[in-house]
Design a protein around this ligand. Structure first.
Ligand code: ASP
Length: 311
């Protein structure tokens, strides 16, 4: 794997390999015995993705190059490509990039000679979020194939919805969307159901924040929780083992009742924890694939085997 930009570039086997490696990291590891510099180029706000990359890097023994776009030469007009090229020139061994453009990687991925990981591309893709969501679902059900998964919220402006819908479908889940008319994306071929149907029939209800920063004007959504969100009444109708997920940040009382954020079914903070392990797995895979570290640079247990198809 050259860069980790889109899950479409990965085979199903690659995806399971990363999930197994992440689960392995959850159970323990040793740091890389080699100096590795990681550059985290976040041009959009981030709490979870950035901080879990930093924790993952530090657990692996890497040196983290701190970058703040609002105090960098970006303010003097430097492009993303020149910024990335600069990091490469000064010795970064890998880059994590988040940018508001849906296609920022087209500007840089062919000419940068260190691995690049997509930490979020506009409203198009968020592949590391998707991997941590897949890990959370697998840990819960011991499979992905055959599960009913509803993705509910601002589908049109969400990169999480797109990455997850496509990957879950490839792994055999039945994916449904729930959204207010203004938030539907009919370029994507997934069936729309109501939030009531979703809560009654799905094993996973994945909620999304309204992505106000990507809307042209401010959309005032009165009664959003009652009409489209996860209320306590709807939660009470969920299947006994069904779980609630959300990539966060959460707008409590908008897409989800505040009391449900940490309820028994909620895996929201588990998702965040899993973010560290999948990012460790992705970074070490890229460093191995580029020959920057040796196959045995990180000692792991290597006994994990995930079931590909349900039986
Ligand atoms: N943290 C996620 C993202 O970066 C979801 C969100 O912002 O609502 O896309």
């Amino acid at each position: 794997m050259r860069h980790f930009i889109s899950l479409d570039q990965l085979t199903v086997e690659d995806m399971y390999g990363i999930l197994e490696s992440a689960e392995d990291f959850r159970l323990g590891h040793t740091p890389i015995q080699q100096q590795i510099f990681a550059g985290n180029l976040f041009f959009e706000p981030s709490t979870r993705t950035k901080m879990s990359f930093v924790v993952a890097q530090k657990k692996l023994g890497m040196e983290t190059l701190d970058f703040h776009s609002n105090s960098s030469s970006v303010l003097k007009g430097e492009s993303l490509y020149d910024t990335a090229r600069t990091f490469e020139a000064i010795g970064a061994n890998l880059l994590v990039v988040r940018h508001e453009s849906d296609t920022w990687y087209e500007e840089i991925n062919a000419n940068i000679n260190i691995p690049i990981i997509n930490g979020g591309a506009g409203k198009a893709e968020h592949p590391t979020q998707c991997m941590l969501d897949l890990l959370t679902i697998y840990q819960e059900f011991g499979k992905i194939e055959g599960l009913n998964v509803a993705i509910a919220g601002d589908i049109l402006h969400s990169r999480v919805a797109k990455s997850n819908a496509h990957a879950l479908k490839r792994l055999g889940a039945n994916v449904f969307f729930c959204a207010a008319p203004d938030f539907q994306d009919h370029t994507l071929e997934f069936p729309y159901i109501t939030i009531d149907e979703a809560t009654e029939m799905c094993d996973v209800v994945m909620l999304l924040r309204i992505q106000h920063e990507r809307h042209d004007g401010v959309k005032v959504m009165n009664h959003y929780l009652e009409e489209y969100g996860l209320t306590k009444e709807r939660e009470a109708n969920m299947k006994p083992n069904a779980i609630i997920m959300h990539p966060a940040p959460i707008n409590r009382g908008v897409e989800i009742d505040t009391d449900l954020v940490e309820c028994e079914r909620s895996r929201i903070f588990k998702q965040m924890e899993n973010g560290v392990y999948v990012r460790m797995a992705i970074m070490t895979k890229l460093l191995h694939d580029w020959g920057i570290i040796h196959e045995d640079a990180v000692k792991k247990r290597d006994t994990i085997s995930f079931k590909r198809i349900s039986g």
